[in-house]
Design a protein around this ligand. Structure first.
Ligand code: ZN
Length: 251
C-alpha cells in the first residue's frame, strides 16, 4: 500500500489543488488527512469539497473543532480566532455537520492519525521534541503515528523496546530523498508530513508525505503552488494580512 499523508490544509485551495495534481501521478492507494482542513485561508468550503471527494481517512484538528465550537475560541490567538469566525460564516450547515463527524484519532492500516499527540489528543499539544515522540510512540497500537499541528515535516524512529528515539530527522534533503524505515518489530515511527496550506519550515512550497509499505520508505514531497492568488484571496476576504504575508516565506 502507498499512503498519501496530508495535514494542515488550512483552507488554502491553491496549495491543495497543486498537491492533488502532484498526487495524480503517485499511484496512491489511500489518502490520510490529519486535520486543520480549515482556518487561516480563504477557501474553506471549496477545500472541504475536494477533501471529501478523496474518500480519505480524516481526523479533526484544533481549527476544525474551533470552527464548530467544539473547542472554545478563547483557546486561540487573536489572528486565528478572527479567521475562525470568518470561516464559520463561509460554511454551510452541511459543511459544519461534516466537521462535527471528525474524530480526534483514527487507525488505518499501519497508521494512527492524530493532530497533536496521542498522549492527550484533546489538548492539541505540539509534538516538537524527542520526549514527546517517545510518549506518543508508546501509546501506539499500530506501527506509525501520523501527526500534524506544528506544520514542520519530520520523522522520528522510536525503539519502544529500548525506550529510545533512535533518529529524529528534520533536515529537508534527507526527508525529500526518502527515509528508509526499519522492519524490526520494536520500531515505531512518528511522522509529520508538514503543512499543505501554511508551511512553517522556511520553505514556502506545499508539503505532504508518501508512506510506501512495499519499499519501507517515507518521503516528504514539496510542490510549488500559486501563492500570489492564495494571498490575494486572503486580503480580499478581509482576513488578517499576516495570513497572506507568511505564505510567501513559509513561516
Ligand atoms: Zn494547523
Amino acid at each position: 500500500m502507498r499512503y498519501a499523508i496530508l495535514a494542515d490544509i488550512h483552507s488554502n485551495l491553491e496549495a491543495l489543488d497543486a498537491v492533488l495534481a502532484a498526487l495524480a501521478s503517485e499511484r496512491v492507494d489511500r489518502h490520510l488527512c490529519l486535520g486543520d482542513l480549515v482556518g487561516y485561508g480563504a477557501d474553506p468550503a471549496a477545500c472541504l469539497v475536494k477533501i471529501r471527494a478523496l474518500d480519505a481517512v480524516v481526523i479533526g484538528g484544533n481549527h476544525d473543532w474551533g470552527a464548530i465550537g467544539k473547542l472554545d475560541r478563547a483557546w486561540f490567538g487573536d489572528t486565528a480566532r478572527r479567521a475562525l469566525e470568518w470561516t464559520r460564516d463561509q460554511l454551510s450547515f452541511g459543511d459544519l455537520a461534516y466537521l462535527r463527524t471528525l474524530r480526534l484519532t483514527q487507525q488505518d492500516g499501519p497508521c494512527t492519525l492524530v493532530h497533536g499527540t496521542l498522549t492527550r489528543p484533546e489538548r492539541f499539544e505540539y509534538l516538537f521534541d524527542v520526549a514527546q515522540a517517545l510518549e506518543t510512540a508508546r501509546m501506539l497500537h499500530t506501527r506509525c503515528a501520523c501527526v500534524g499541528h506544528t506544520h514542520l515535516p519530520c520523522v522520528a524512529e522510536v525503539d519502544v523496546g529500548g525506550s529510545q528515539v533512535r533518529r529524529f530527522i528534520h533536515d529537508a534533503p534527507t526527508l525529500t530523498a526518502g527515509v528508509a524505515l526499519g522492519t524490526e518489530p520494536s520500531l515505531r515511527y512518528v511522522i509529520n508530513p508538514g503543512s499543505v496550506g501554511q508551511p512553517r519550515d522556511g520553505d514556502a512550497r506545499a508539503s505532504y508525505a508518501i508512506l510506501d509499505e512495499a519499499t519501507h520508505t517515507l518521503t516528504i514531497r514539496r510542490v510549488t503552488y500559486d501563492i500570489a492568488t492564495a494571498q490575494r484571496k486572503i486580503r480580499a476576504a478581509g482576513l488578517p494580512s499576516i495570513l497572506a504575508d507568511r505564505l510567501a516565506v513559509g513561516r
